[in-house]
Design a protein around this ligand. Structure first.
Ligand code: GLN
Length: 380
């Protein structure tokens, strides 16, 4: 029987590949991004409480009303704008599902979607799945947003621009000036924005998070995507949300109802309570900044050269002083021979810049894990 794949050039994601390799060779796993420490016990208690209270059946399709209300209040506190809980907020099974559903809702065959490489690995295949054409541009010098390159990629067929701040894998952030440039280049067009902000609150050195929500010109054309898994150290919960103006959200929900229908009920009840306390997320930047600094200081003592990390829980490091192997090979050897698994960032490009020798390390780990990894990395 012949069956033609809709994504013929897509293999297994690098996260699955590297985490498996780490397990096989007993390497410290700084590849796939997930914390190796427990979540807040108070949150565990809230989930238990919700289950015992009988919140175990389908949630309403767009999400438990109390959670949508709590999200609206939290977003208003953080970014100064109140979405309509009824019509403009949808709880999803993680950030990736929200991205998938947003693209499914608006991408028509032949539409162009601008993607800034290195880009999170689900963006381009999802665009293609719905007949869209990913148009790849690259981050500029020092892995910073290159507004000119993005502007030059806009055509009459551009349906959407996808941005990501803090950026995975780059670890850089978009600042106020970047957001203003984006608003300027989209003004007067019908181009939609997808702003992937799953690493909100993982922003360091006292910088504010320049959410698209803060900019009326952007917000009115945007799906803004968030993740509870990233902020509350629970990636396995696959719990996130999308915000968008009423009309865009109506289209999103038309797809969402046939995709997951609704997200996990007891976890939604727990998060509705937990989100009411701002201290629960206000502590996140400092918490991760300490981890970044610990890893960075260690890395500086090695032959790896760290790049600037302004946000996210990823640290990029150049290894050209150690080897001139391509990054996929070097990452494999690093795991097998030196006991540390990392992500080769060439996989996040349509065409990786020739000669780039950079790996991504996840520092969402206990101090002990980071120190052990540093010891290994310094021995190379
Ligand atoms: N977001 C995680 C990362 O970048 C991976 C999630 C996944 O494995 N799909 O490492």
């Amino acid at each position: 029987m012949h069956h033609a794949s809709k994504l013929p050039h897509v293999g297994t994601t690098i996260f699955t590949v590297m985490s498996k390799l780490a397990q096989e060779c007993g390497a410290i796993n700084l590849s796939q991004g997930f914390p190796d420490f427990p979540i807040d016990e108070a949150l565990t208690d809230l989930v238990e409480k919700a289950m015992r209270a009988g919140h175990n059946q389908y949630a309403p399709m767009p999400g438990v009303p109390a959670l949508r209300e709590a999200i609206v209040a939290k977003v208003q506190r953080s970014y100064g704008f109140a979405y309509d809980a009824e019509a403009e907020v949808t709880v999803t099974a993680g950030g990736t599902q929200a991205i998938f559903t947003a693209l499914a809702a608006v991408v028509h065959p032949g539409d162009e979607v601008i993607i800034v490489d290195p880009a999170y690995d689900c963006y381009a295949p999802t665009v293609e799945l719905f007949g869209g054409r990913p148009v790849h541009v690259r981050l500029g010098a020092d892995m910073r947003f290159d507004a000119e390159a993005v502007k030059a990629a806009i055509t009459p067929r551009t349906r959407m621009l996808m941005i990501n701040t803090p950026h995975n894998p780059a670890g850089t952030i978009l600042r106020d000036a970047d957001m203003r440039r984006i608003a300027e280049m989209l003004r007067g067009t019908d181009i939609l924005l997808l702003s992937d902000e799953v690493y909100e609150h993982l922003v360091f050195d006292g910088e504010p998070h320049a959410s698209a929500i803060r900019y009326p010109d952007l917000r009115e054309r945007a799906f803004v995507i968030f993740s509870f898994g990233k902020v509350f150290h629970a990636t396995g919960w696959k719990m996130g949300y999308a915000l968008a103006p009423r009309e865009l959200m109506a289209g999103f929900r038309r797809v969402h109802q046939f995709n997951v229908f609704s997200a996990n009920t007891p976890v939604q009840h727990a998060l509705a309570e937990y989100l009411k306390e701002p201290a629960n997320y206000a502590s996140v930047p400092g918490f991760y900044e300490e981890k970044r600094d610990r890893f960075l200081v260690g890395l500086r003592a090695s032959r790896f050269e760290p790049l600037a990390c302004e946000g996210s829980y990823f640290q990029l490091a150049d290894y050209s002083r150690i080897s001139d192997e391509p990054d996929v090979e070097f990452a494999r050897r690093l795991a097998r021979e030196h006991g540390v698994a990392a992500i080769p960032i060439s996989v996040f490009y349509k065409e990786p810049p020739p000669g780039q020798r950079i790996l991504r390390f996840c520092f969402a780990k206990r101090e002990e894990t980071l120190d052990n990894a540093i010891e290994q990395l310094c021995a190379i």
